[in-house]
Design a protein. Structure first.
Length: 131
């Protein structure tokens, strides 16, 4: 098993049915402007199959809440244009971003996976976008 980096207080780590999802967010100050109410955050996701059977990521669901309490729901096919298949012990990593109108907010959600023709949701724990 590869060494893992320690999580900070803004990150998340959740395991559902043998699928571990770790998210590490970062504030992109150079692409942000407080005076324009434009705050850009990146986040890196690691999905690890800790189970005993192959899984395939089908879709994603995000709940994004900004500092004013405004909520956005995002649903989509796969992640970054891919539907990764992970054998036991395999990991998949990707990075994405989230624009906000406030200096902080939260994201959480789930990924829908298929395993032997059965679909299940793996939780993405709440993580914090903080400038």
């Amino acid at each position: 098993m590869p060494a893992t980096l320690a999580l900070d207080k803004h990150s998340s780590d959740a395991v559902t049915e043998g699928v571990r999802i770790t998210v590490r967010p970062a504030f992109l100050a150079a692409q942000s402007s407080a005076s324009d109410k434009r705050f850009l955050f990146s986040y890196s996701v690691t999905i690890r199959n800790e189970g005993t059977k192959c899984i395939r990521l089908a879709s994603r669901h995000w709940r994004i809440v900004d500092g004013d309490g405004d909520e956005r729901l995002i649903d989509g096919d796969g992640v970054v244009g891919e539907h990764p298949e992970l054998n036991p012990g395999d990991s998949f990593e990707y990075s994405s971003f989230c624009p906000m109108r406030t200096a902080w907010g939260t994201m959480e959600g789930h990924y829908a996976f298929e395993r032997e023709g059965v679909r299940f949701d793996a939780k993405v724990g709440r993580f914090f976008l903080v400038s």
